[in-house]
Design a protein around this ligand. Sequence first.
Ligand code: GLA
Ligand code: GLA
Length: 700
Amino acid sequence: MLSTIWKSVCRVLCVCATTSVVLSLSISAQTAAPVPTVAAAPSTLGLGTAWYPEQWPEARWATDIDLMQKAHIRWVRVGEFAWSRMEPSEGHYDFDWLEKAINEAGAHGIYTVLGTPTAAPPAWLTQKYPETLRTNEDGRKAEHGNRQQFNWDNPKYRELARDIASRMAQRFGHNPYVIGWQIDNEYAAVSFDAQTKADFQQWLKTDYSTLDNLNARWTTAYWSQSYSNWNQIPIETVGGNGNPGLLLSWKRFVSDTWRSYQKNQLDAIRQSADPHQFITTNLMGWFDGFDHYTITQDLDLAAWDDYVGMGHLDAVRNGATDDLTRGFKRKNFWIMETQPGHVNWHMVNNDLDKGEVRAMAWHNIGHGADAIGYWQWRSALNGQEEYHGSLLGADGTPLPLYTEVQQLGHEMEKAAPALAGTAPKSQIAILHTYPSFWAINWQRHNKYYDPVAELLSYYGPLRAIAQSVDIVQPTAPLDQYKLVVAPGLNVLSDAAAKNLIAYVQQGGHLVLGQRTGMKNSDNGLQPERQPGPLAELLGGRVEAYYALEHPVPVDGTWGPNTSQMWAERLQITKPGAEVLARYGKSNGWLDGEPAAITRKVGKGRITYIGAWMDDAGMAKAAEWMTTISHVTPAFGPVPKGVEVNARYGKDHTVFILVNLSGEAQTIALPRRMRDVLHGDETISVELTNYGVAVLSEPHK
Ligand code: GLA
Ligand code: GLA
């Protein structure tokens, strides 16, 4: 059955790829006739857009769909804010318009990702069930008129959310054009009402069993915080000044509550929907309101909304965010939303340069994105986001960017067969956990200490060498990696420590960055010095940490450089450990003391870096780490500013080169390869600024 659909989809694609757009449209309209019975996620690449048919007269839809088809758009995300159109008054449902929109798009080869509309409850709901509204931490209730005014923990809201999700699933769970579901939209705001507090206290009871246990693990003897009844426990999060154990528990509760909020709808959808329809939600990069590993375990795939905001594409930061998202389920992901030129919510909403939108999409694809969706197709004529970028103008005709996106869509179709079934594969893993990020952010100690920046200070130079890096949890399987790096793994659980020790004992190279192994799973201090349970294996420890007013000099294996913001004075405690770098003259405490140490353990190695080294130091350290761990680059040397990405399939590898250097570049390929976008064999490629090459090479 599937093959029938894909044949019909393919027919559309092949026609588009080989003939002019105008011709392909008339032919694809004819070939779209057989209605498939089961839909499946495009297994390769898909260009998409957020479309809001509810904002426009039905008579307009055909024009929109025609323009989408001309832009090679393969999917639309629809419905995620349309609750008041789907259920205009309580218990009165209208899905006919939605079905018409889905089917009309589908008849033109455009599939639908259906959003449940729960991020924007209708006014009648708010009015009748005010208990479903969120309460801010200052006690103020949210109001209608914006979105996300609902309380994610409220049972009545969940009942209503489940109802609308299950009715949608009953209606569309077998619609052949619906390929997947997005639950809600960008989970973020939580509630601090009395019921949520009681639920948090109950959650603590389940987690800690007894008050004695909780009191001991949170050290509540401090400041007379000891609790003699569960109902005394507050939610004290303002400014991150609550008890660190409580803060971490609250975030875990928040994460579990988002998970159950999501599962409520997910179960309702699964009950009625064809299993080929995937279920996801759109995440927000480094947003840390909840633990994304918790949320994504129930989803079929991870997706994120990639907005540059102000400025331009930062290849390191954006690439790392892709890799973070790929790490949630350790497989390819979707860009559910990305910016068509500019946003409307930053300080200066500048446009990406001509060519940059396309380059950014290919950069995402290189990092494992299988779909790129533009937000949005066309701006509503009124509403909070009138100024946001889109593909059509207010008059309904294409904006200048449309042509660039059309080119991208055409190229994605061309490259789809080569990219089908391929995924990035890395020799290096960087470890990340939400508890560690939260713990550092609550107690930065130096206000400039940003844990994302710390992670990127390792990621950037490592990726420049290896041309691929995974970002995963420390409890993930690590045996595929030659090098595992843990920058700022501040909260180290016993399970993570065990996994890391086993990794080194089995011959891996583990590098720990500053602030690693300081805290236990309750966000309390480890009773040993850093890196806590790894200190024994390291044969060394952190003697003391110093927040720095000024950079301090560092010298040794990686040449002279400086430590920024932070410096840890290390000590060797066991034979076999060696000093890699020392601090120069600074505050007296650090002068001449070890800044980095390493120890060979059988075939493995463990290294600790206590300095936050500058770019020059990090570049040298990355060179050392990768050399000593035998990490090899995916492709080979390229000019600075040219991004290399590799995606591996069963019998071939695809390399995606994106030129972000600011000028034209000629790149000599390490071997002869097939230029997928141009169809010929080549040994070198010329890339304009923002130029892209997609190259395929069979496995030997
Ligand atoms: C004040 C308080 C102490 C302690 C110190 C920390 O002096 O009285 O309890 O909090 O600040 O600097
Ligand atoms: C988010 C939301 C969208 C839209 C865009 C604007 O990604 O999910 O609904 O508001 O931001 O940038």
